[in-house]
Write a protein that binds this ligand. Structure first.
Ligand SMILES: Nc1ncnc2c1ncn2[C@@H]1O[C@H](COP(=O)(O)OP(=O)(O)OP(=O)(O)O)[C@@H](O)[C@H]1O
Ligand SMILES: [Mg+2]
Length: 268
């Protein structure tokens, strides 16, 4: 096998097994640099587990490389230092600290205490830039805990930007956001996506339609369908899975999202 793809994310025959159950069951995924790939699929499809495998949180077999470098088998912090960052389904910012302090800590991760001391007095350029990009410049001194839900997600993205992350994996970034926040997040993806690679796990089909450049549908740990938004929505296999989920399967309490997906599939 001589695949010459060296930039972007390249996953081959990825498999994650929990107690004999294959949560990710032989996934191939190629996300070129500059793409904004949406990863969709019913609850339990293996979306988060795939991201966990790529970022080193769970053990996996097969291959996952970024910019030509193998990720599997490396510890989490090494993968992070290779320019790969992710957000979680629930935001993980330091609530007591200010927006600026959160960014500063993220920027300083992996640097010595002297550098941290030296830069305390002024705002480093990359931090100032991230503040602008995520639209929180005028809230930089506010405790992160007082931010709106959407703003916390943006702060998390900012924390990845100051670490100079090249591959961003975002797990349901717009869940619980208002319409305005969702639109702002979509715009942010466009800006952040310049020169980076983005993978977005989402259940929000309106958001996907508006901001995805390409889509991969996972189901039962396998790739069910892949293509443009229109191609995926027109795929009868995708429609079958989402319609089935909407009517018969509500085990994770996410029936509303599945229903919306079903409606999205029906529209196509
Ligand atoms: N640590 C674990 N141990 C055992 N089983 C797990 C573990 N993590 C996930 N699973 C199982 O693996 C499957 C895939 O889960 P995963 O969280 O990746 O799904 P998902 O596509 O992200 O779903 P959702 O849309 O609900 O977030 C599910 O059946 C889940 O119960
Ligand atoms: Mg998940």
């Amino acid at each position: 096998m001589t695949d010459t793809t060296t930039d972007g994310l390249r996953v081959r025959d990825l498999r994650v097994v929990f107690d004999g159950f294959a949560a990710v069951d032989g996934v191939d995924l190629t996300v070129p640099s500059g793409d904004i790939r949406f990863l969709i699929g019913p609850n339990g499809a293996g979306k988060t587990t795939l991201v966990d495998a790529v970022t080193g949180l769970v053990r996996a077999s097969g291959s996952a490389s970024f910019a030509g470098r193998e990720l599997l088998g490396r510890p989490v912090h090494r993968i992070a230092r290779m320019g790969i960052g992710r957000t979680f389904q629930t935001a993980t910012v330091f609530e007591e600290l200010s927006v600026l302090q959160n960014l500063d800590i993220a920027a300083g991760a992996g640097r010595g205490p002297l550098t941290m001391l030296r830069r305390r007095s002024s705002v480093p350029e990359n931090v100032a830039e991230a503040l602008e990009t995520i639209g929180l410049a005028d809230r930089r001194d506010q405790p992160a805990g007082t931010l709106a839900h959407g703003q916390k997600q943006w702060l998390e993205i900012g924390m990845l930007l100051v670490q100079d992350v090249r591959l961003l994996l975002l797990d349901e970034p717009v869940a619980g956001m208002s319409h305005e926040e969702r639109d702002a997040t979509g715009e942010l993806l466009g800006v952040v996506g310049r020169g980076r690679t983005i993978v977005v796990i989402e259940h929000d089909m309106d958001f996907m339609r508006a901001y995805a450049r390409s889509v991969t549908v996972l189901h039962g740990g396998k790739v069910l369908s892949e293509g443009t938004v229109a191609q995926v929505q027109a795929d009868p296999r995708v429609q079958a899975v989402y319609l089935g989920e909407a009517t018969t399967d509500d085990r994770a309490g996410d029936g509303a999202a599945a229903g919306a997906a079903g409606a999205a599939a029906k529209e196509a």
